[in-house]
Design a protein around this ligand. Structure first.
Ligand SMILES: *Cc1c(COP(=O)(O)O)cnc(C)c1O
Length: 422
């Protein structure tokens, strides 16, 4: 670990905390982070030449496995024509048509550069469309780092949000209401109190930023009904679940349609891409078609579009892809649950398709409060043991495990064998 450690020592002098995104830090597991040099298929290699089976997959984008040759070649080819024009390109039209053909609820789409931007812009479009200000989000759901989304998971459901980060004025989150995940009653209460003022409900259709918390039966359907009744916009934040649970994301998987959907991660195949789209009458509010301003110098960047377009096309043209990936998830996470049971460990194994999470708690995890009962010191111990054995997991209890097409029996067995010993 000497190279990673010396790089980190240097990094902290020039980059806050030594990392460009906090989730990469190893603070919560009491270590310094591994610096990564390259990745291929299901494997990732650090600066000291250690190899790990990777269950992070860049937090989702690498659903085909790392360094897929088809995507790499499409990027190299796009580069040969220039990196950016700041003008419209044919690829953007193809990309938009492709997304609209894949996700039934998306009739129009705008490309941006990150999931954060996608959410920020979708919320603005919903507010512009409804002429209302308030939004409902769920405690424990992450929607990027824009001001209005950084709301503390406070105890009172009925209270307006307090900012969760320094530097966010209370005014920026005053219109953000918090509800309890998987608890329709808490949403109903907010509608009772603020119905006419609520522009949108935004939700991760599978909670995947508080560990993995699947929606209870009827939860998403209930949100759909409440939004329709109250003329509010239902936004599914599918930055993780989009093109992961199925080609049409969680909406296809759970058969509930959103009015607006946000994408990120898989849509860029590892390039910085986000998108938001949905009903035409809402999307036509966006500039220059309508009065809701939103822009981006590098939005729809040709190199990024090449990567995303290639990945989505591969996924679309392989109808068996998701059946196989989800079956792999069921088998793998099912085996983990079996091992925990055999060892008499009362922990929770939550999963949805290829997303999974072991919670170190005896309580079933159905929302943020139950997720927070996890023993994070135990998670850290498990993390360190697995890393030492050559398995790369998220350095936090509250993140998902990701499987890709490149994870075969052998890679999963490496993990399972270590877990049995751990
Ligand atoms: C990752 C994530 C975001 C933010 O995307 P960035 O590209 O990191 O800005 C938003 N919503 C969800 C559900 C995410 O998982």
């Amino acid at each position: 670990m000497t190279r990673s450690e010396s790089l980190f020592k240097e990094a902290v002098n020039y980059i806050p905390g030594g990392v460009n995104s906090p989730v990469r830090a190893f603070g919560s597991v009491g270590m310094s982070p591994r610096f990564i040099e390259k990745a291929d298929g299901a494997y990732i290699y650090d600066a000291d030449g250690n190899r790990y089976v990777d269950f992070i997959c860049s937090w989702g984008p690498m659903i085909l496995g790392h360094n897929d040759e088809r995507i790499r070649e499409s990027v190299i080819k796009a580069c040969e024509n220039g990196l950016s024009f700041g003008a419209a390109t044919e690829k953007e039209v193809e990309m938009a048509k492709l997304i609209c053909s894949i996700v039934p609820s998306v009739e129009m789409v705008r490309m941006v550069n990150s999931g954060t931007e996608a959410v920020m812009s979708a919320v603005r479009a919903a507010r512009g469309y409804t002429g209302r200000n308030k939004i409902i989000k769920f405690m424990g759901c992450y929607h990027g780092h824009s001001d209005a989304m950084l709301v503390k998971a406070g105890s009172g459901v009925m209270t307006s949000g307090l900012p969760d980060s320094a530097g966010v004025p209370a005014g920026c989150t005053a219109d953000t209401l918090s509800a309890v995940y998987n608890d329709l009653e808490s949403v109903q209460e907010l509608f009772n109190q603020f119905g006419e003022e609520i522009a949108a409900v935004i939700v991760e259709p599978v909670g995947a930023n508080m560990g993995v918390v699947p929606p209870a039966p009827g939860f998403l359907e209930g949100l759909r009904r409440l939004c329709t009744e109250n003329k509010s916009v239902l936004i599914f934040d599918e930055v993780i679940t989009g093109f992961r649970l199925g080609i049409d994301g969680a909406q296809g998987y759970y058969q509930v349609q959103a009015d607006l959907t946000t994408f990120g991660k898989i849509i860029g195949a590892g390039m910085p891409v986000g998108a938001y789209g949905g009903k035409k009458e809402i999307m036509e509010m966006v500039a220059p078609a309508g009065p809701v301003y939103q822009a981006g110098t590098l939005s729809g960047n040709p190199v990024a579009m090449a990567a995303g377009y290639t990945q989505l096309t591969i996924l679309k043209e392989n109808p068996g892809f998701y059946t196989e990936l989800n079956a792999k998830g069921d088998a793998f996470y099912g085996e983990i649950a079996k091992i925990l049971k055999e060892k008499g460990l009362p922990y929770q194994m939550n999963h949805a398709g290829s997303l999974g999470c072991i919670f170190f708690t005896e309580e079933p995890v159905v929302n943020y409060a139950s997720a927070k009962t996890s023993d994070t010191a135990k998670y850290a111990e498990y993390f360190r043991y697995m890393l030492d054995g050559g398995v790369n997991l998220a350095p936090s209890q509250f993140e998902a495990m990701f499987l890709s097409a490149a994870h075969g029996q052998r890679e999963m067995e490496v993990y399972l064998e270590l877990l049995r010993k751990a």
